[in-house]
Design a protein around this ligand. Structure first.
Ligand code: ASP
Length: 288
């Protein structure tokens, strides 16, 4: 995250926090809270989710999202959608209205449209900043290959975890994936247990970072399993990021919350925007 993007990221995560909190304070569930928080970040061009996402190799936005309910283990995921501005809304519809868990591409778009989610043109999701970024990246491919985390190559998937008054937890993750990705490439973000997971008996997790290493470790589930084994999220979150680094030389971050309200926020990238709110505390930052 370049210096000149820090304020925008902080504003973005604070707005998401407010939306999630509002949902809870109106009697909504943890699932409602994570959906509303993620929608705010999908609508914010600062983030690599919804409009303003990174472009794939062909200059298109291709989006992935997952939402999961820790109370029932129901989940909804979409992958490689090109005409949905808020893929987490489509994911939520899949969770609540379908016996399937995961839809991709045109099938996901058709399902979304049939369930009242408006479709848009892909051009509506593409912004000039990202056209410029892709052009620069493709013109300097060799240079970028050496350092995937060059400061100019920020990538900021969005995610949220929440605990509601009934003691249920939920998680959601949404992304435009990685810059210059191959069309049809799916990352970790929308895969159950990789970029997102929630189980009341263990924890809710959302991850960000280069998706291929995260996928190989099924990292979100790995972290929640550590909580199942009796560890706190404060301990399991850094362990997960340490495992990502030591096992596959991965870079990323995780937010992890259990049904007792204990949480961990960790990243091994220089920055990751985060925010949290409890009944007694509120904070946000880009370094943790
Ligand atoms: N994990 C995402 C992906 O690989 C990217 C990110 O988190 O920034 O698709």
């Amino acid at each position: 995250m370049p210096d000149d993007m820090v304020e925008a990221h902080l504003t973005g995560v604070r707005n998401a926090l407010s939306a999630g909190w509002l949902a809870l304070s109106r009697g909504g569930t943890a699932l409602d809270a994570v959906e509303e928080a993620v929608v705010v970040m999908e609508d914010d061009e600062t983030f690599d989710a919804g409009r303003g996402s990174f472009l794939n190799h062909e200059g298109k936005v291709q989006l992935d999202a997952l939402i999961m309910d820790g109370a029932t283990l129901r989940a909804g995921g979409v992958g490689c959608v090109e005409r949905i501005a808020n893929p987490v809304r489509a994911a939520r519809k899949i969770l609540s209205e379908s016996s399937h868990v995961y839809f991709v591409a045109e099938g996901a778009e058709r399902f979304a449209a049939q369930h009242g989610i408006p479709l848009c043109e892909n051009e509506h999701l593409v912004i000039p900043r990202e056209i410029e970024r892709l052009r620069d990246y493709q013109a300097n491919l060799e240079e970028h290959r050496a350092d995937l985390f060059a400061p100019t190559v920020s990538h900021d998937t969005v995610g949220a975890v929440a605990l509601d008054g009934k003691g249920n937890i939920a998680a959601a993750t949404s992304t435009g994936g990685t810059l210059n990705k191959a069309p049809g490439r799916l990352g970790d973000s929308s895969l159950i247990g990789c970029g997102c997971y929630a189980d009341n008996k263990t924890a809710a997790a959302s991850t960000t970072g280069w998706g291929e290493p995260i996928m190989k470790l099924v990292l979100a589930k790995w972290a929640t399993d550590r909580v199942a084994a009796g560890n706190s999220p404060e301990w399991a979150a850094p362990e997960a990021i340490d495992y990502l680094k030591t096992r596959v030389n991965g870079h990323g971050g995780i937010i992890l919350l259990d049904a007792r309200g204990r949480f961990g926020i960790v990243h091994n990238t220089p920055r990751m925007a985060w925010a949290y709110k409890t009944t007694s505390q509120e904070a946000a930052g880009v370094v943790r």
